[in-house]
Ligand binder design. Structure first.
Ligand code: ATP
Ligand code: MG
Length: 390
């Protein structure tokens, strides 16, 4: 089961004990910068609240030094919060005993680090099985679970290679495999792809999205790249100087940026890579169903000035189209034998960038279907141009 995460009024402060105490007193009334000036302590996270849903891919974005790592490290208590509470699956982390915390780290949570964190003198398999070895899982089970994870990330056949024989992307996969051996319900990823080339990065993003789709876990993913944040995240939290600036879906960020800082932050985002077909598709003016009378549909087309109409069955599964001309010429009672099916359709979860080829080749409305092939809407090239111009 994936776990929900509830964070209330969380702050992280670094410094000597005395400085931290002073900082805590000034925390609510002063900015993090002022607190540092007055006390010497660093407020890395200030009074943050998040409710992360079970199974969500939650992204935290912000510039260097905004507190992203400090925050994510509280979720396995590598950092102890100065204020606030953290609940994972209903259990309070700060109230856990030593034993409970050890169990939690073993079984429920894993972290992937920005700089791979691989042991250079161990093979791929040796790296992946390392956490299991520390937990004294016996050799056979250790290797079996590690090989499962290695296969999952596409490194089958590379298990006996050393890290220095691998590319950056492959090393990052080793890091991911290592984090997956305990089948964590909560996966923490701290800028896992920042060191990768754009193409490999995109490939890794797609793979993670696919893994996420197939597996039942909550993922918290950190990046400083807004394009990556919007591409990956169900919801995104933007941090600035230790504080939360805005939290929402990609669409919400575009529609209602909280302030100028957010506007500037998203200014360079490539919308074709973030907006999906479903975000801008339209409802068809009319749809015909198998079994409908030819005359009724002919009337509909004339009335609404349409040259063709899309056809579904009574469960909305997409079947094809019929042209006005064909309806006029035919003497059939129903439309069933008049349906033509050219398979040009786009998927509602496609990014605009991926649907672009089909859209620019078509001079009319294309059908939009869901993963099961049900007609969900229509979209044409001009709609996309309009949406991007906004
Ligand atoms: N262990 C620590 N001791 C003292 N200060 C720290 C420690 N870790 C982080 N900080 C400070 O906390 C602030 C937030 O740092 P953090 O590493 O969380 O930022 P970040 O958003 O992850 O940045 P980056 O994108 O560069 O990784 C910084 O001012 C940093 O210097
Ligand atoms: Mg960091």
């Amino acid at each position: 089961m994936a776990q929900a995460v509830s964070i209330k009024n969380l702050s992280v402060i670094f410094g000597k004990e005395k400085q931290k105490k002073e900082a805590l007193e000034l925390l609510d009334s002063h900015s993090p910068l002022d607190v540092r000036k007055k006390t010497g302590a660093t407020v890395a996270v200030k009074n943050v609240d998040f409710e992360i849903e079970e199974g969500e891919l939650f992204v935290i974005v912000g510039l260097s030094g905004s507190g992203k790592s400090s925050f994510i490290r509280t979720l396995n208590l590598l950092n102890r919060p100065a204020t606030g509470t953290i609940e994972v699956g209903g259990r309070s982390l700060t109230e856990m005993s030593k034993d409970e915390l050890r169990e939690y780290r073993r079984n429920d949570v894993s972290m992937v680090f920005q700089h791979f964190g691989l042991l250079s003198h161990r093979t791929v398999l040796g790296n992946v099985e390392y956490p299991l070895e520390v937990q004294k899982v016996d050799k056979e089970e250790r290797q079996e679970r590690s090989m499962d994870a290695i296969k999952l990330v596409g490194l089958d056949g590379w298990e006996h290679h050393m890290p220095n024989q691998l590319s950056g992307g492959m090393r990052q996969r080793v890091g991911l495999a290592r984090a997956l051996t305990n089948d964590p319900e909560l996966l923490l990823m701290d800028e896992p792809y920042s060191a990768l080339d754009p193409l490999i990065r995109r490939e890794m993003q797609n793979e993670l999205l696919k893994l996420e789709d197939e597996m039942d876990r909550t993922i918290i993913f950190i990046t400083h790249d807004m394009n990556e944040a919007f591409r990956m995240g169900d919801r995104i939290a933007l941090l600035k100087d230790a504080e939360l600036v805005q939290l929402g879906t990609p669409e919400e960020f575009f529609k209602n940026p909280a302030n100028q800082y957010v506007k500037d932050f998203i200014a360079d985002v490539d919308k074709t890579r973030i907006l999906k077909v479903r975000n801008i598709m339209r409802k068809p003016t009319a749809v015909a169903k198998l079994g409908d009378s030819r005359e009724t549909i002919l009337e509909t087309l004339k009335e609404k000035d349409m040259q063709f109409i899309y056809v579904t069955d009574d469960k909305r599964y997409f079947k094809g189209f019929i042209t006005l001309e064909k309806l006029k010429k035919s003497k059939a009672k129903t439309i069933d034998n008049l349906v033509e099916n050219d398979k040009t359709q786009i998927y509602r979860n496609d990014y605009l960038q991926d649907a672009w080829g089909k859209l620019s080749a078509a001079t009319f409305d294309l059908p939009v279907v869901d993963g099961k092939g049900r007609l969900r809407g229509i979209l044409n090239h001009d709609n996309v141009v309009d949406a991007l111009a906004k």
